[in-house]
Design a protein around this ligand. Structure first.
Ligand SMILES: Cc1cc2nc3c(=O)[nH]c(=O)nc-3n(C[C@H](O)[C@H](O)[C@H](O)COP(=O)(O)O)c2cc1C
Length: 359
């Protein structure tokens, strides 16, 4: 990727323009933005490129990358992407204000549209490194990072958090966290609306067991109406997302987009006022062919490119076949565009057969 071009283009816009364009929700009539959640080992550059084909406007996030890795590690490997993916938010993990500022500046140089501080990840590794969800107990430390990062970059700096940690179910610690970080200047919070229990649940359990409390996000928005709050956690359809976003500024979906990426095809229409498109899943796969070929030529394994597409035919005739053929063949030596075409032909054939039977 030619980062110089994207870097320049971002440098020339102010913070407001670096946001994805504000969304207009067709279902609710109110402004609601749509983001795809950051997910480790999922939302890599190949996943984001595919998601961008499905939606021009959805705000996409990187996986969490630690500030130390960005500063001391292989930057090109960690941060490189295709400029067609933009706007993309770089999510950073860390609590050392100096490292957070330096990594944010590096992210800006690479052309990322925003940087985001992870205050929601509950894994032990993250906890021992003093970042992620345990930072909900240290809002002053987050504020310090926020101030240092904001001083180091022109792009927006945002925070993704939970509604709290551990077993105290009260609203007050959440409100205190938001107040202190907002006082430092943060004007956008993405809230995974459940607590993280740091005393024994695995990260996976921490995404299902602590109960969802969307009402906490409504309540915080009513206290801080000038701050943007993006609702995240357990949203599984556009109808549900939009119905729950009436009082707030946007929604973020993660796992549902992984299992059913086709839902992104409606995002530009439902949230951003674009014309409804009439393309098919087949059109989308074929539109990805040039991208697939380019990256195969750069020795990227087909499996890496196609993994995000496994759910594309979710709940469709031939959907299981698509997943099975690709899973069995995409990692095999010599797999290439012909592998994808073969899987697509099999789905097409199944769909035609089923149509014939149902007539
Ligand atoms: C496999 C996986 C990896 C995740 N990695 C991250 C991460 O790197 N950073 C982060 O802030 N959240 C991460 N999350 C949490 C999601 O961003 C999101 O907050 C959570 O899944 C709830 O949203 P959902 O119910 O729409 O999936 C991850 C979730 C999953 C399922």
């Amino acid at each position: 990727m030619d980062t110089s071009q994207t870097t320049d283009s971002v440098k020339n816009v102010d913070k407001q323009e670096a946001f994805a364009s504000p969304g207009v929700s067709t279902l609710s009539g109110s402004q609601t933005s749509f983001s795809v959640a950051p997910m480790m080992e999922i939302t890599d550059r190949y996943c984001r490129s595919f998601h961008r084909v499905l939606s021009r406007n959805a705000l996409l996030y990187s996986e969490m990358i630690t500030a130390a890795a960005v500063v001391h590690g292989d930057r090109k490997y960690l941060l490189d992407y295709d400029s067609a993916e933009l706007p993309v938010v770089l999510q950073l993990g860390g609590s050392d204000a100096g490292l957070m500022a330096e990594s944010a500046a590096i992210g800006e140089q690479f052309g990322y549209s925003q940087v985001n501080i992870n205050c929601g990840c509950p894994s032990d590794r993250v906890k021992s490194g003093r970042f992620g969800a345990c930072l909900m107990a240290e809002p002053a430390l987050v504020a310090e990072s926020f101030i240092a990062m904001s001083a180091a970059v022109k792009i927006p700096v945002t925070v993704k958090c939970r509604i709290g940690i551990d077993r105290d179910d009260s609203f007050e610690p959440f409100e205190r966290f938001i107040r202190i970080v907002a006082d430092a200047g943060c004007d956008t919070f993405i809230v995974h609306a459940r607590k993280a229990w740091l005393d024994g649940l695995s990260p996976k359990e921490n995404r299902t067991i602590p109960p969802l409390k969307y009402e906490y996000v409504d309540q915080i928005k009513s206290l801080y109406p000038h701050i943007q709050f993006i609702l995240n956690g357990g949203l599984s359809t556009h109808e549900q997302a939009i119905a729950n976003s009436r009082s707030i500024d946007g929604v973020m979906l993660g796992r549902e987009v992984c299992s059913n990426p086709w839902m992104l095809n409606e995002v530009d229409h439902l949230y951003y006022g674009a014309q409804q498109n009439n393309r098919t899943r087949f059109d989308v796969v074929e539109a990805c062919y040039p991208y697939i070929e380019t990256h195969l030529m750069q020795d990227v394994p087909l499996g890496k490119i196609m993994k995000p597409m496994l759910g594309l035919f979710h709940a469709q005739p031939g959907g299981r076949l698509w997943r099975r053929i690709l899973s069995e063949t995409m990692w095999v030596k010599g797999a290439g565009l012909h592998t994808v075409q073969r899987a697509l032909d099999a789905v097409r054939q199944t769909a035609e057969d089923m149509q014939r039977i149902s007539r």
